[in-house]
Write a protein that binds this ligand. Structure first.
Ligand SMILES: [Zn+2]
Length: 263
């Protein structure tokens, strides 16, 4: 079984609706033998990849599609946090993602504390965008794992998923996060051409393998589709030197536990 725990709807283009985007996504999942997926909406009200409300409405009847909650803590206030609480309680979202780096906020921002407390209450993860943005390392200062470990230390029962392994500095991220059993990683973006070129494929493989050796439940499969290619991410995980059982945990078992997925 394959569960893609980090993807987005394909961007809207001329004459294409969000419903068409969803159909395109479903075709792609079928092609790559992906059984379930967690869609991450944008944290803006209007977006080419769908807002939270739009994506929630779109996948209501799809048993194989889950949704991640999103928030822009610089704009969203108490009502949005109450909404996330409701969505958690009614099982309509399986995590919350913050976009530190895209947004100029640090994970240590105190406005995020109620969001972390919600995740703890429902035992569902907070997902944090990390790493350089295309040819622009500056945003990475907001999502440096040195800030994330402070959150992990302060909230030991909060499950934190680091998306994109803070590429290209994957080894630095690995070293810094090693002591924290409540930090998890997804593989999203790590098979992307630019990420591989800037980081090095050997380094990516080594870091993923050593993470799994230390923490068999610490890595979940994600692709960052439609920005990235699903098949290449499957190949990356298949290329890791580890047992079939360890790969199966990455592909599905770890995500089922972490996001409490009913599959
Ligand atoms: Zn993404």
């Amino acid at each position: 079984m394959i569960i893609d725990s980090h993807l987005h709807l394909p961007e809207l283009r001329e004459g294409i609706t969000l419903a068409d985007s969803k159909e395109e996504l479903l075709q792609e999942l079928k092609k790559d033998n992906v059984d379930y997926a967690v869609i991450i909406p944008d944290n803006t009200l209007v977006s080419e990849i769908g807002s939270l409300d739009e994506v929630l409405g779109l996948v209501e009847l799809d048993k194989n599609l889950f949704v991640m909650g999103t928030i822009d803590i610089q704009r969203d206030r108490e009502p949005h946090i109450r909404k996330l609480d409701f969505l958690f309680r009614t099982r309509r979202i399986v995590a919350v993602k913050i976009f530190s780096g895209h947004d100029t906020i640090y994970p240590t921002d105190k406005r995020l504390v109620p969001v972390y407390e919600l995740c703890i209450k429902y035992d569902l993860p907070i997902v944090i965008h990390t790493g350089a943005n295309s040819r622009n390392p500056e945003p990475a200062k907001y999502n440096d794992p040195k800030h994330i470990v402070k959150v992990a230390r302060r909230f030991p029962t909060l499950k934190i998923v680091i998306a994109h392994y803070f590429w290209p500095k994957v080894e630095y991220c690995r070293e810094l996060t090693k002591p924290y059993a409540n930090i998890y990683f997804d593989t999203s973006g790590l098979a992307d051409d630019e990420v591989v070129e800037e980081t090095g494929l050997d380094k990516i493989r080594k870091v993923l393998t050593s993470t799994v050796e230390q923490r068999p439940h610490g890595v979940v499969f994600g692709t960052d589709y439609a920005m990235c290619n699903i098949g290449k991410h499957v190949e990356l995980v298949e290329s890791l030197k580890m047992s079939r059982q360890a790969k199966d945990r990455i592909f599905s078992e770890n995500a089922i536990k972490l996001f409490h997925l009913s599959v």
